[in-house]
Ligand binder design. Structure first.
Ligand SMILES: Nc1nc2c(c(=O)[nH]1)N[C@H]1C(S)=C(S)[C@@H](COP(=O)(O)OP(=O)(O)OC[C@H]3O[C@@H](n4cnc5c(=O)[nH]c(N)nc54)[C@H](O)[C@@H]3O)O[C@H]1N2
Ligand SMILES: Nc1nc2c(c(=O)[nH]1)N[C@H]1C(S)=C(S)[C@@H](COP(=O)(O)OP(=O)(O)OC[C@H]3O[C@@H](n4cnc5c(=O)[nH]c(N)nc54)[C@H](O)[C@@H]3O)O[C@H]1N2
Ligand code: SF4
Ligand SMILES: [Mo]
Length: 762
């Protein structure tokens, strides 16, 4: 007889973090072999946050786990071909080559690129620190500079740290304005809210209003009361005009509680004056009266929240637009207020809960004078622009980057001027990738170290719950055991870090784990804001070790117990701990968000910096852009599809079958102009590259704007993703310009790229 057990875990594929119910089966043969297989995966109806919601990707964790192309053994490139090796051989190769390279070229010769799945991996969130410390390099890059960094920089200047990002209080707001996000496809980002679509529908069902600002009439726009078809890259101008109207029409209504915490209100009043709705109307493509009405409606609403996402951040004014989102939230009385834009109080704690309440060291970029060699881009939150990686490899001579370690990243498809990066990677002396596939990026690697599948690892959304719309906690132990000989992902990362420090190939990653725990406990008992301040270090470590836990589970227990709801190792017995979460497999809900200011502030002044000097200094550039934006010709924007996940889930047959999604959306008016018909093949060119793609005509996009999804282009030789290769699509980042970026954060321009398009005859 076959047996079935149910396992519950949080889906690690996107930021929504839905609860999954996973049937794990044991057939009679498997009983003998002591193996199990994955049966049906569906939404966990009892999950405290997602209540059964999932999207089509969630259930494909089964296919992902079983994908024959997913790597199960390390690969080493020998004579240009990747061959499978045992782990011992892989570690020996890593140790020999990495150590030698560091000795010859120094630590900064090794660059690191951390990709998006790191944000969804408990191992990575807890042990990348060990890796980075072990490497000791300043050359850090990540997907943040093709994504959300502008939001973090703006939040840092205003509230004190890069995790102080306010999220719309979706479940209680009466008015939601979404700019540059399409949660019906993406399920939300830097706003953790499973069933984001359902929560949007609930706003309207309770009589509230939803406004979507987007050049494309997305599914989200279709569900809104109002769609504002803005011209790409002009959101900062639109928001500045909203601010202008709020002052001009006396609609500013700051809560008293917030007013006393505000620095810079008069600066805002002054700088917005030039940006009347009329002055920006050509650049935004929005009628002045429409902009005025938005300001009036927001101010009149009993509660309101503005939410800006990737369509606003990956533009040349990403940071400025993100800043203005919260300026509008503040001026309309909605900052840190129920139904407005609020701050989570994460169960694990974080920079908004630790340290001195209400004050901190503030936020700066370019710390330590760090900047890139070729173009002098400053350090931002410990990293450099991903767009600079290629030039830092190719144009820095002896002192430049000679080796690269990628962890869960596919920058060849995800970052600008892909062809340039792809050829730069060929010039490296050494490349090591921690990844689950042999893909467009990892094919360049000398050594690939595969992580176990998502179902073979513990999970907790360390990062994403910092941005959640409710304070929840949910721990998922691994559903299946590791394969024989397969190290856990945290062990791979920790061991890489140790090897980079000079420990040889046989070093035990547990060594780094014990050291890290020791450091955490010591720090916590010495921290006056910690619930275990003054306790005995050895006693705490003994308590942590008593059930034989190690790795992420032990680390997590430490963070849970010392967090704002923590059990404090006995001082608050009903508080959060790993024991508590293990006895609540559907998660624990600590409630809706509550106002957190001024306690959560970590600015030097202890005030909300409404007009940070760095952002005031950008206002002239914004004003100067009006003329150019008004005349900009055809521009390219991206798009997401519910069944894609950036570049890496196209090998899952059930997600990619059906009509080809990698097409160029174009308005019929533009097509007529260019002599293109639906289904025609077109050549699209930008300053840095060109590609061929099929055109798909639709009225659901602003004329003058074309859209191509990213994450396609799976036609590289030397990869092993057979399903993806069969429907390769084309890589949109061939067109994005590595020099075009938001200068305040180093984030690339991926939306609003000037392009020319020509029909391909025949
Ligand atoms: N033009 C354009 N470009 C974009 C965007 C856009 O909107 N337009 N969006 C940008 C955004 S928001 C992002 S976040 C980036 C993403 O950029 P990246 O993070 O560089 O790319 P991903 O496609 O997420 O690739 C993830 C990689 O991790 C591997 N992987 C998956 N799961 C795991 C795991 O659990 N462990 C390990 N070790 N590896 C794993 C996959 O095989 C793949 O190689 O792309 C950006 N690029
Ligand atoms: N299914 C699926 N889900 C995902 C991902 C995925 O690839 N697939 N990726 C995940 C990741 S890493 C991220 S970061 C999030 C991103 O989550 P979202 O930010 O919701 O991303 P998109 O769905 O790309 O929506 C961006 C919208 O911005 C619009 N836009 C483009 N340019 C502009 C502009 O200048 N102004 C304005 N106002 N709008 C503009 C686009 O038309 C698009 O509708 O999604 C996550 N979730
Ligand atoms: S929306 Fe889909 S991919 Fe995202 S967490 Fe939920 S089930 Fe997973
Ligand atoms: Mo992202």
């Amino acid at each position: 007889m076959s047996e079935t057990r149910l396992a519950f875990r949080t889906c690690p594929l996107c930021e929504a973090g839905c609860g999954l119910e996973i049937a794990v089966q044991t057939s009679p043969l498997q009983v003998i072999n002591k193996t199990e297989s994955i049966g049906r995966i569906r939404g966990d109806m009892d999950d405290v946050f997602s209540h059964g919601f999932i999207c089509p990707k969630g259930s494909t964790l089964k296919q992902l786990h079983e994908d024959p192309d997913r790597l199960r053994k390390p690969l080493i490139k020998r004579n240009g071909v990747h061959v499978e090796v045992e782990w011992d051989e892989a570690w020996a190769e890593v140790a020999g080559r990495l150590q030698d390279l560091i000795e010859r070229h120094g630590r900064d010769a090794v660059a690191v690129y951390l990709g998006n799945p790191n944000a969804h991996s408990l191992s990575a969130m807890l042990y990348n620190r060990t890796l980075l410390q072990g490497l000791g390099t300043h050359n850090r890059f990540s997907a943040s500079t093709v994504d959300q960094l502008p939001k973090q920089v703006a939040a840092g200047y205003m509230f004190g740290t890069g995790v102080h990002v306010a999220v719309p209080d979706l479940d209680r707001t009466d008015f939601l304005m979404i700019l540059g996000a399409n949660p019906y496809a993406s399920n939300g980002s830097v706003c953790t809210a499973p069933d984001f679509p359902g929560r949007i529908e609930a706003i309207r069902a309770r009589g509230g209003t939803v406004v979507v600002v987007d050049p494309r009439f997305t599914r989200t726009a279709q569900e809104a009361d109002t769609w504002l078809a803005i011209r790409p890259a002009s959101d900062a101008l639109f928001l500045m005009a909203v601010v202008n109207v709020l002052f001009a029409e006396n609609l500013v209504k700051i809560q008293d509680r917030i007013a006393v915490l505000l620095n810079g209100l008069e600066d805002i009043r002054r700088v917005c004056q030039r940006f009347t709705p009329e002055a920006v109307s050509d650049a935004t493509g929005l009628d002045a009266e429409v902009t005025r009405q938005v300001a009036r409606d927001m101010s009149a609403a009993s509660s309101a929240a503005v939410y800006g996402r990737i369509g606003t951040t990956t533009t040349e004014f990403g940071t400025t637009a993100s800043w203005l989102v919260d300026v509008v939230n503040t001026l309309t009385g909605n900052l840190d207020s129920v139904g407005g834009a609020m701050f989570a109080k994460p169960v694990l704690g974080g920079p908004t809960t630790r340290g001195t309440s209400g004050k901190g060291s503030g936020f700066r970029i370019g710390r330590g004078g760090g900047k890139t060699k070729v173009n002098g881009y400053p350090e931002v939150m410990g990293e450099y622009p991903a767009a600079a990686l290629a030039e830092e490899i190719t144009h820095t001579g002896e002192s430049g980057i000679k080796a690269l370690i990628t962890v869960a990243g596919n920058p060849v498809l995800s970052t600008p001027h892909s062809r340039q990066l792809s050829s730069a990677l060929e010039q490296l002396e050494l490349m090591i990738s921690v990844d689950i596939y042999l893909n467009e990026t990892t094919r360049h690697a000398d050594i690939i170290l595969p992580s176990p599948s998502q179902l073979q690892r513990d999970h907790y959304d360390v990062l994403l719950l910092q941005f959640a719309i409710r304070n929840v906690a949910n721990y998922s132990p691994a559903v299946l055991p590791l394969d024989d000989g397969q190290p856990d992902e945290w062990e791979i990362l920790a061991k890489l870090g140790l090897i980079a420090q000079g420990f040889g190939p046989d070093v035990d990653p547990a060594q780094a784990d014990d050291l890290a725990i020791d450091g955490l406990v010591r720090h916590s008992v010495g921290d006056p804001s910690s619930p275990i301040h003054g306790r005995d270090t050895d006693e705490i470590i003994e308590l942590l070790n008593k059930d034989g836990r190690f790795g992420p589970a032990r680390m997590l227990d430490m963070m849970l117990q010392t967090g704002p709801y923590g059990a404090g190792f006995g001082s608050n017995p009903d508080g959060a701990s790993i024991e508590m979460l293990l006895s609540h497999p559907h998660g624990v809900d600590f409630g809706a968000l509550e106002p957190r200011l001024p306690d959560a502030l970590r600015t030097r002044s202890g005030m909300i910096e409404l007009a940070p000097p760095e952002l005031l200094a950008d206002v002239d550039r914004l004003h100067a852009a009006i003329a150019e934006l008004s005349q900009r010709g055809l521009v390219l924007i991206g798009r997401r599809h519910l069944k894609s996940n950036n570049s890496w889930m196209h090998n899952i047959d059930v997600l990619t079958k059906g009509s080809m999604r990698c097409s160029l959306l174009m308005h019929p008016d533009d097509a007529a102009h260019l002599g293109l018909i639906d289904g025609a093949r077109a050549m699209v060119s930008s300053r840095v590259g060109s590609l061929e793609v099929d055109v798909e005509l639709t009225d659901d996009i602003r004329s003058g704007v074309v859209s191509l999804p990213h994450g396609w282009g799976h036609d590289h030789p030397g990869t092993k993703m057979n399903v993806a290769a069969a429907r390769a699509g084309v890589n949109s980042n061939i067109l994005s310009d590595h020099l075009a970026m938001d200068p305040l954060s180093g984030t690339s321009v991926l939306n609003g790229i000037p392009v020319t398009i020509a029909a391909i005859r025949g």
